[in-house]
Each structure stands twice: as C-alpha cells, then as structure tokens.
Ligand binder design. Structure first.
Ligand code: SF4
Ligand code: SF4
Length: 474
C-alpha cells in the first residue's frame, strides 16, 4: 500500500504541438531550470486557481505560469499552502512546486510569457477546386489548381524566409479547396520540401488537410510511409455532418468520410479530426466527440468563423447559451471516458492551454498562406486579398508589415482582455473574426462569454484526466 502522507504531484508536460486547421499559436513551455534548495525565500503566488477534485486531490493552475494544470494530493497541497509564509525551499516537493511555477521568489511580479516562435508555418492552397460545397466554407471555388512550377517556387519562398528569419522548423499544410484533388503535387512538394529541410537543417513536418471524401488507399499509404500528418473534417455523425458538408448535388458526405477514417486507421494512419461547430451542428458535438473517443482519434473543436461565402450567417452562428450547453454536454461525454492523451488544447476553439502565450495564431508573424497562383496572404481566410507573391525576396517580412485590415495584437493590447485571468491561454480569439464582427481586432473575442464559461470545466477535465492516469511530475 502507498503511504497516503507522501506528497504526489500529477502533471503532464505542456506542448506547443497543437494541431490546427490554421496557424497554431506558439506556446511558452516550462523552463527546464532547476530550483536549488536553500536561500533565497520563496512564496506561493497570490492568484493561483484552485479546485477540489475527487480522492482528496486539488487542481492548481497558475494563470501567469507556464506549467498549465497541476494536480496535488493533500500532502503536496499542504506543502504549497505552507508557502503563504515566505521561506527557503527545503524539500523535493517544494523544489517540484517551484519548478512548476507554483512557488515564486518572494516579491516576484509575474509578467507576460516570453515566447519566441521557432517554427514557420505555411499553408499551401494546392487547388482552388473542391468536391464539396460546405455551408460555412470561405473559399470562392474554381477549377484552378497549383502547378508544379508554382508549388516549387512557393516552397523556395517559404524556405528563403525561414532562413532569413532564422526559424528552426518548418511546417507545411497542404490544403485548398480539397488537397487530395491535386495529390500528385502533394507528393512532389513533400519530396522537394523534405530534401530542402535536410539540406538546410530544419525540423520539418507536413500535413494534409482533407474533407475525407476522395482519400484513396494509395494516398493513405503515401501519407503513412512518409510520416505526413492527416487532418480530416468531420462535423458530426450522420445527418448533423450531412447538413453542412455536402456535395454539389446537396447530398451529404458522412458515409464516405467515416469510411475514409476507418480505412485510414486500418492502414496505420491515425487522422486528426477537425470538428467545426456551427449553429446547425451544435447539438451534435457530443456525438462527434464520442466517435473520436471510440476510435482513439485526436481531434479539435473549432467555432464557426464568419465569412463572405458562407450561406445563411444567422443559422451558422450558435447562440452563446446554446453553444455553452452543447459544449458542456460534450465535456460530460469526455469525463465519462477520460482518454490518456491530453485534450486541453483541443476542446475550446482557438484557446491553447498547452502552454502560455500572447497571440492566438501566427498570422502576420510566423505564418504564410500561398494561393494556387503563387500570391501570398497572412491568413487563408483572406486568400482573396494578396499581399505579396512567392517571388518576393522575403515574403514573410512583407506579411509581417501589413498595416491594413486585422492586426494580430498581443492579448495585452486587446481591450477587455488586459486584466482577464485567462489571457495568456485564451489570448482573445481569432483576430480576423473579431475584426469582422466588431470592426476592430484590438478587442476581446465575440466568443469571450463562451470561452469564460468553459475554461473552468476545461481545467477540471484535465485535472480529472491527470488523476485517472496518474502522470507524475518528474
Ligand atoms: S477573449 Fe475573453 S476570455 Fe479571452 S482573454 Fe479576452 S477577456 Fe479573457
Ligand atoms: S487570423 Fe484567425 S483564421 Fe487566420 S490564422 Fe489566425 S486564428 Fe486562424
């Protein structure tokens, strides 16, 4: 039997490897710095978020730290609380608490996380064609596709900027339109980019974003054999998915997508599901989550983003209360069968609790979008407003210096967010959506009320998961 007085700390390392359908944020990970025992004096920060969990465990979250959710047993909590009176660190437990940012040097003032993006992410719009006509899609589709010369010049441009800006890693997303409709180009760009990454010493990862209706076995095998990630859009089960992800003739695509997902699994590819929540699909979130959990699939939930080509904006926008209730129902499903993998960065739209950060995404900073003709923009949702081209000497610099349209501000520069306790994890939502809805991008997200209502439940879910799987901090 275990000694019940032994202090236990459960925590899983945050990660910035969040998989998204757009430009992932860059998160600040826990510094590896060791905390030495002895002087000086340390104290418990005043603003810790605490919540009781079953079996005498307590969830502790430092909104201004970098560790994310930590779970303490009663003995570890007692050690933490003892530091309400500043004192030197003398035990291994106190050392761990300090390393996790739950103790701080006496009088320290915690500032914004210092985040330096090390990875450049690029979206390659390999075709403007699509075999579906999803109700909320922002692409004005045509039959045009990217050709080989444009694709290679795009890769050259991405690597050129990555070298000029001294990034360590490059991430490519093959998208469209429907990327599998130009899969020969995906194959050849993968090979070309991989060879350049090897030549210049970049960490490299690429991903196919697909609607899942035309994924052949040969494509899946290529994806598996080359270590490419696969993201498939699935918005619900049966009629829920079919109401918004439809073919040109209005027929739903669920059966084909589900078949592709099961085929992918049987061929050794574990797809990541992108679940878009609209007013039409909101009641089906729990079912979609169940589908993912049944197959042990990673997934993320994204809220609908207003755009010019979506049909019937009123239907697509869920009411806050309705969205909150449906999300909580999905959380309940997860709580009943907590997976071993953390979902904390995946469940609430653009929020990333995998690490503290200051911007929701890399648009205008470390993200580039190349359209099928070689024009470049800051975000795929602005694909019709080109800023530069793949022929520019340093296209990223041109994207970083755009002064019109939305601005991707730090959360500390957003009205309504500056004093919010969630600010370094939420960061104020998608700046482009905020601009479209409010006319400004320096204000809090239109989804703010939803985010605030869900974050406590999100933290609790992660706490329960840590208790279940007992991942101990080292
Ligand atoms: S959008 Fe709302 S929840 Fe998010 S940081 Fe701003 S005020 Fe906080
Ligand atoms: S501006 Fe919004 S849609 Fe564009 S990359 Fe950022 S989060 Fe994604």
């Amino acid at each position: 039997m275990k000694d019940s007085t032994e202090a236990k700390i459960f925590w899983s390392a945050p990660t910035d490897q969040r998989v998204e359908d757009c430009a992932c944020s860059t998160a600040s990970l826990l510094p590896a710095a060791k905390v030495r025992k002895g002087a000086p004096l340390w104290e418990r920060p005043p603003n810790l978020y605490l919540e009781a969990l079953p079996e005498d465990h307590t969830l502790v979250f430092n909104p201004f730290g970098t560790a994310g959710v930590v779970v303490l047993n009663a003995a570890a909590l007692a050690e933490l609380e003892a530091f309400r009176v500043a004192q030197p660190i003398q035990s291994d437990t106190a050392q761990q608490l300090a390393a996790l940012g739950l103790l701080q040097p006496q009088g320290a003032v915690q500032g914004p996380p210092q985040v330096k993006p090390e990875r450049l992410t690029a979206w390659l719009h390999v075709t403007n064609a699509c075999n579906l006509r999803c109700t909320y899609c922002y692409v004005n589709k045509t039959d045009e596709a990217m050709d080989e010369a444009t694709g290679r010049a795009a890769i050259d441009a991405i690597f050129r900027s990555a070298r000029l800006h001294r990034f360590k890693g490059i991430e490519l997303k093959y998208a469209g339109g429907e990327a599998t409709l130009n899969f020969e180009l995906v194959r050849s760009l993968h090979r070309y980019a991989k060879s350049l990454a090897l030549e210049y010493g970049f960490d490299f990862q690429d991903m196919v974003l697909s609607n899942g209706v035309a994924l052949s076995n040969a494509m899946l095998d290529f994806i598996r054999d080359n270590g490419i990630k696969l993201m498939i859009s699935l918005d619900g089960i049966g009629a829920t998915h079919d109401a918004q992800r439809v073919f040109l003739n209005g027929k739903g695509s669920f059966k084909l997508v589900a078949w592709s997902i099961d085929r992918a699994l049987s061929r050794g590819v574990r797809p990541h599901l992108s679940i878009t929540v609209t007013g039409n699909s909101v009641d089906g979130i729990a079912q979609a989550v169940t589908f993912a959990l049944d197959r042990d699939l990673p997934f993320n939930l994204n809220f609908y983003r207003e755009n010019d080509y979506a049909k019937s904006q009123a239907d697509l926008q869920a009411e806050d209360e309705h969205l909150i209730a449906a999300m909580k129902a999905a959380f309940k499903v997860i709580e009943e069968r907590l997976p071993q993998r953390s979902l904390i960065s995946a469940l609430v739209d653009r929020s990333n609790f995998g690490g503290s950060h200051t911007r929701t995404c890399g648009a205008g900073h470390n993200y580039m979008v190349v359209d099928h003709k070689g024009s470049m923009t800051r975000c795929q949702m602005e694909i019709e407003k080109p800023v530069t081209t793949i022929h520019a000497v340093d296209p990223l610099l041109e994207l970083q210096t755009v002064s019109s349209g939305f601005q991707n501000f730090s959360v500390d520069d957003k009205e309504g967010c500056r004093t919010c306790e969630w600010r370094y994890w939420c960061t104020g939502g998608c700046p482009l959506l905020t601009q479209r809805v409010t006319g400004r991008s320096d204000v809090k997200s239109p989804y703010c009320n939803v985010y605030k209502a869900l974050y406590p439940d999100l933290l609790r879910l992660e706490g329960l998961r840590l208790v279940k799987w007992q991942e101990e901090a080292v």
